[in-house]
Ligand binder design. Structure first.
Ligand SMILES: [Zn+2]
Length: 68
């Protein structure tokens, strides 16, 4: 289950809520004021900046034979 962060648009409280499915019609209410006017925030991952591009291409061609 992904954990999403929400910010209440009513009181501005930030809270996290477990969401079963991204396309689930779950009603998220603010735990502070019970307002349903909340906006989902995106998790901030550690952005790693780097110059240069590296790509590795692995060509593998094998025919899998049905074994018994
Ligand atoms: Zn609130």
């Amino acid at each position: 289950m992904p954990l999403y962060e929400y910010v209440c648009a009513h009181c501005g409280a930030a809270f996290e809520q477990w969401v079963r499915s991204a396309s689930s019609k779950e009603v998220i209410a603010c735990p502070q004021c019970q307002s349903v006017e909340v906006s989902k925030q995106f998790s901030t991952f550690g952005v790693k900046g780097g110059a240069g591009a590296s790509s590795s291409v692995a060509t593998s061609d094998n025919c899998s034979t049905g074994g018994g």
